[in-house]
Write a protein that binds this ligand. Structure first.
Ligand code: 8YV
Length: 346
């Protein structure tokens, strides 16, 4: 409902500041690609973060007081108390990233502040990284790389570095949105059988495309999968979706890959189970308390850990920046920004 009263209110605020004949004051919280920053500087009265030092809470509170638009990233917790203290000019939070779980959407909506994100442009890169982890963990890639880095390789042996075959295994995708489907497409090419759990069942034509089997019950799917990939957003409904109870339903040989959000898995329970050999292994690009990582996870041989780099290509960062610009510009011109996020969409 783009033209609800709150939206009208923020457009009204926006046109008043436009009438005052000043450009939108945009605060960007982290360093972005040069081309993105250059274009933002042409279009807006922009404050860039050239040192890339993350803003602390006090700095974010100040930014929200003086900005018309805040362009944050996943490392900024824009919670209820911060949004409540925002200045009267704040009209738009144009997130640089697809996930918006670090922004209190409900408080923003109540305050008449719009929120946008950058969907679509990081789908393929994130799916590539998911596939890389799906291959890396069963085939023990990090262990092999460590052997070579240590210069301790004593040569080939028939029983050396044995992992498990990918082809023919069952992959269970949790969250069959854009990224989940892009993972399914890649996984098909590697001979995996696609299964999925999603809030809504996909259209039969999409299921047919991936020869995908839908599971209404996540519990039942988990018990039967060889590899599980988490590709759903973090929302109140998906927090610890893979709880200790659910993790215990999985086969002791099964692998888990997470390129979505750490909060979807109970990281401590996962670590305990991996350490006890109750799961086959895990490939994790995201963590529950980033940048902290459970120290015991780092010591495990059957994990591949990455520093939240699923969408980290220069191409995706530039396209994300373009989306942020388009969202701000469209809003500034008095239109509904294309990537508006509403609490009800999650
Ligand atoms: C982004 C991500 O790099 O877009 C997302 O939701 O998780 C990442 O791939 C990050 O969010 C940038 O803010």
């Amino acid at each position: 409902m783009p033209w609800g009263p709150k939206f009208a209110e923020s457009v009204d605020k926006m046109s008043k500041s436009q009438n005052a004949n000043r450009r939108l004051r945009v605060v960007v919280t982290r360093k972005l690609p040069d081309a993105v920053e250059a274009r933002m500087s042409e279009l807006f009265d922009v404050e860039l973060n050239t040192t890339d030092t993350p803003m602390d809470r006090a700095a974010l509170a100040e930014a929200l007081k003086r900005a018309d638009v805040l362009a944050p990233t996943v490392t900024d917790q824009i919670d209820q108390s911060l949004i409540s203290q925002a200045g009267p000019d704040l009209k738009l939070i144009a997130n640089f990233g697809a996930g918006v779980d670090h922004i209190d959407l409900e408080t923003a909506r109540r305050r008449g502040v719009l929120v946008t994100n950058t969907p679509g442009v990081l789908t393929e890169d994130t799916a590539d990284m998911t596939m890389a982890l799906i291959l890396a963990v069963p085939r023990r890639l990090s262990m092999g790389m460590k052997v070579m880095e240590s210069e301790n390789w004593s040569g080939w042996s028939p029983m050396g570095h044995l992992g498990h075959r990918i082809t023919g295994k069952r992959l269970g995708v949790i969250g069959m949105g854009r990224i989940g489907q892009a993972v399914a497409q890649r996984a098909r090419a590697f001979g995996l059988q696609i299964h999925y759990h999603n809030r809504k069942r996909l259209h039969p034509s999409i299921e047919e495309r991936y020869e995908a089997t839908y599971w209404v019950s996540l519990d039942q799917m988990l018990a039967r999968m060889d590899i599980v990939s988490v590709n759903c957003p973090h929302t109140p409904a998906t927090y610890h979706l893979l709880s200790a109870r659910r993790l215990k339903l999985m086969k002791p040989t099964a692998y888990i890959v997470n390129t979505a959000r750490g909060e979807v898995i109970d990281e401590n329970a996962l670590t305990r189970m991996l350490a006890k050999g109750e799961l086959g292994g895990a490939g994790l690009d995201v963590f529950e308390h980033e940048p902290a990582v459970n120290p015991k996870l780092r010591e495990l041989p059957n994990v591949a850990l990455l520093p939240h780099m699923g969408s980290a290509t220069i191409e995706s960062r530039v396209e994300m920046g373009e989306k942020v610009i388009i969202n701000i510009k469209t809003f500034g011109d008095g239109h509904t920004p294309p990537d508006r996020v509403l609490p009800s969409m999650l």
